[in-house]
Design a protein around this ligand. Sequence first.
Ligand code: ATP
Length: 385
Amino acid sequence: MKNIVKKYPDGFLAVNDVSIDVADGEFMILVGPSGCGKSTLLRMIVGLEDITDGDMIIGGDRVNDLAPRERNLAMVFQNYALYPHLTVYENIAFPLRLAKTHSEEEIDKKVRAASKTLELDENLERKPGNLSGGQRQRVAMGRAIVRDAQAFLFDEPLSNLDAKLRGQMRTEIARLQKRLGITTVYVTHDQTEAMTLGDRVAVLKHGLLQQLATPRELYENPVNLFVAGFIGSPPMNFLPATVEGTEVELPFGTVSIPQEKADRIGDRGKGKTLIAGIRPDYFEDASVVDESKRGQGSTFRATVDVTEWLGNEAYAYVPYEASDEVQAQLEQLERDLDGESVRSQMVVSLDASSTISDGDEAEIWVDPSRMHLFDPESGDNLTLG
Ligand code: ATP
């Protein structure tokens, strides 16, 4: 996608100059809150939506003016769009029969090969209604495979499923995509899906590409407040911060950041309150941090409001006060994030062995070297190079 623009007939700019290069065989995720333009972008790749400006290039060919069927892409729909009265075999064979380009023998060969790859060979005579969600998903993918499509496109395929099935299907899709090695573009609003499935993830907001990076890079080095708040669960904590050299004053005390981070911020932090971004897992119960690590961070005392113990880890919630200026910026961020709460309490991730409990005044350890500092106006992450 080169400088892709989509302006709807009513004048609404849904996609604003987006460039994304999907590598051969790559699993690319388009993610963002409702209305960010991700479905519009996917529909432009498939050819279901006109492209206002820019170049859509697939396998070296500009496809802007090609009809959907000439692009040779396979869209796997949310509800799988299987025909309930047809067998699995006939469902998979359907696109080939429709195209009228293959003999009966060739169709049979392709359907059997695809169903073998998808481990559906024992279910060929069954109807979709009698299959599990995972099997149905595989039938839908089988249809895409027999067509030798150049790429798979998914638009929120798991959003109608319950949490458990969604988890299973996610693993299934990831496994198949890796095995088949087919270039895939997958749209979701769910950051967990994005992080677990994607080789790379494109984060969109209001039709603008915010960051295109690996899940790890997005988590460790978000370019702005929006990406920082969108990626990660529970979300990153945002606190008011004033910076003086390497010293950062936070609501719970003063911590030191590495010199190189302070250098990157430079004068941009002078005379204003920045927004510090600290992920829950940058904290720990100070009593379980070993001696060697302890000195690399700072400890502070905090009154814990509520704790949640999840078995493998625990969370503590610590209230804090933010200035009006920071509150205003965070309110805007909450609107951008579809109402996700990011204000006035700090989530601290604790080791499962921690004995901190509700109402305790606890000693908390934090690793400030991983902390981010954002400009309150632009939202830019000032700690990145
Ligand atoms: P969701 O997750 O809710 O589906 P999305 O990120 O996929 O959201 P799109 O469906 O791509 O969003 O829509 C992007 C924006 O374009 C939205 O603000 C939407 O209201 C607008 N939009 C979509 N279709 C049209 C249309 N036909 N005419 C005008 N505006 C449209």
